[in-house]
Design a protein around this ligand. Structure first.
Ligand SMILES: [Zn+2]
Length: 388
């Protein structure tokens, strides 16, 4: 059983289509109204276009020893997905609440918001902050404008709980991810004259082979962290486009690659190795034929990972309040690394539901998981009524 308020709020949150590409301001306004009704002031931190905003609110005294509850308001699209009903109309089936965003992660948002009246009544000795963000699903972009602002203000907190679905287990880490586009510019000519041109696809292939070699080396040499399903850093080429016809030496090729790494093993040296290969091996060979030939790297995203010790006070506290075991380390990226890196606030991931249900048609979260999350927030409120 969950509280009627949680269910009602989740229904309202789901009803707003906040696919990342859309404005989220109507949803933000609804949440502001809800907070205001309970006497809680909140503020917006906009993106550059003013079409999207983060919402940040503090309940309790302005002190540096609070806890942040962090959730994103955007969702992945429903395009081309085969839903058995309206994705934006919450429905229940066999103990599951179904709708876009239920598990990722409007369910957590709804629980946190439903508990606001209890937070207000509780006479908190330490604050609880709500950080609700945009554009998480497109590279954890939205939270950065909020963190920049908080950083500039000297904001501090004792801990942050990112409520991404973990079955309410306390997640101790995920990898960081760096993504790049590479444009390879060669020189076109008829394939019968192949040595007179610079084949951008072939040089792209050599770069791909290098990236792949580094991945294989990481798998053999480590370093290793057995807490991960894939216990080492990885490299990966996801797309490669080039060429128009077999009888033309292609002058353009474009590919995208990523490096996923532990916080203890920075990605920069791996990226530098890939860039050095392009600069020192590939480009000189290309320019020997065509001086205009080049490879251009563009960083498309960087999401830092995070890592927290199993015996850290925040981990022990959250595990106790959630009544769950430690959840190891996970394969998906979250905003946790940004909170940990930018605010230097100890951070864990702990939220209701199963990540395997996220991003899929008929996305759902169980009522039981939301109830477990409610109990967690109840116990957190109680804990925050006492000074450390
Ligand atoms: Zn999410």
């Amino acid at each position: 059983m969950i509280e009627p308020t949680t269910r009602e709020l989740l229904k309202r949150l789901v009803a707003f289509d906040t696919t990342s590409r859309r404005s989220n301001l109507r949803l933000v306004e609804a949440v502001e109204d809800w907070l205001e009704r309970h006497g809680v002031a909140s503020r917006r931190v906009y993106d550059a276009t003013g079409r999207k905003a983060n919402l940040f609110a503090t309940i309790g005294p302005e002190r540096p020893d609070g806890v942040i509850l962090s959730g994103h308001l955007d969702t992945v699209p429903v395009d081309d997905q085969d839903w058995s009903g309206d994705p934006f109309q919450l429905r229940e089936d066999g103990g599951r609440l179904i709708g876009r965003g239920t598990v990722d992660m409007k369910g957590f948002d709804a629980v946190a918001l439903a508990k606001v009246p209890a937070m207000v009544k509780a006479d908190l000795a330490r604050p609880i902050h709500l950080a609700l963000t945009y554009d998480e699903e497109v590279g954890c972009l939205g939270v950065r404008t909020l963190l920049e602002k908080l950083q500039a203000e000297g904001f501090d907190a004792a801990g942050c709980v990112v409520g991404e679905p973990s079955g309410m287990a306390v997640v101790l880490g995920h990898k960081g991810k760096h993504s790049f586009d590479v444009e390879i510019a060669g020189r076109e000519c008829h394939s019968a004259m192949a040595p007179h041109g610079v084949n951008a696809v072939e040089f792209g292939a050599r770069l791909i082979a290098k990236i792949s070699d580094i991945g294989r080396r990481l798998a053999v040499e480590g370093p290793f962290d057995p807490a991960y399903a894939v216990p080492h850093a990885t490299t990966h080429v996801g797309t490669c486009h080039g060429g128009t016809a077999l009888n033309i030496v292609p002058d353009a090729c474009r590919l995208a690659f990523e490096v996923r790494h532990f916080t203890a093993q920075p990605a920069e040296p791996l990226i530098a190795e890939i860039e050095a290969f392009a600069r020192d091996e590939l480009e000189p060979a290309m320019r020997a034929v065509a001086p205009e030939a080049r490879l251009r790297f563009t960083r498309t995203s960087r999401v830092p990972g995070f890592d927290i010790a199993a015996d850290h006070a925040l981990v022990r506290t959250v595990a106790r309040l959630a009544g769950t075991a430690l959840g190891g380390k996970v394969a998906f990226a979250t905003e946790a690394g940004l909170f940990a890196e930018w605010l230097r606030v100890p951070t864990v991931v702990c939220g209701p539901g199963d990540i395997a249900r996220a991003h899929r048609p008929d996305e759902s979260v169980t009522v039981d998981q939301l109830a477990a999350c409610e109990r967690f927030v109840d116990r957190l409120i109680d804990a925050m009524t006492r000074p450390v």
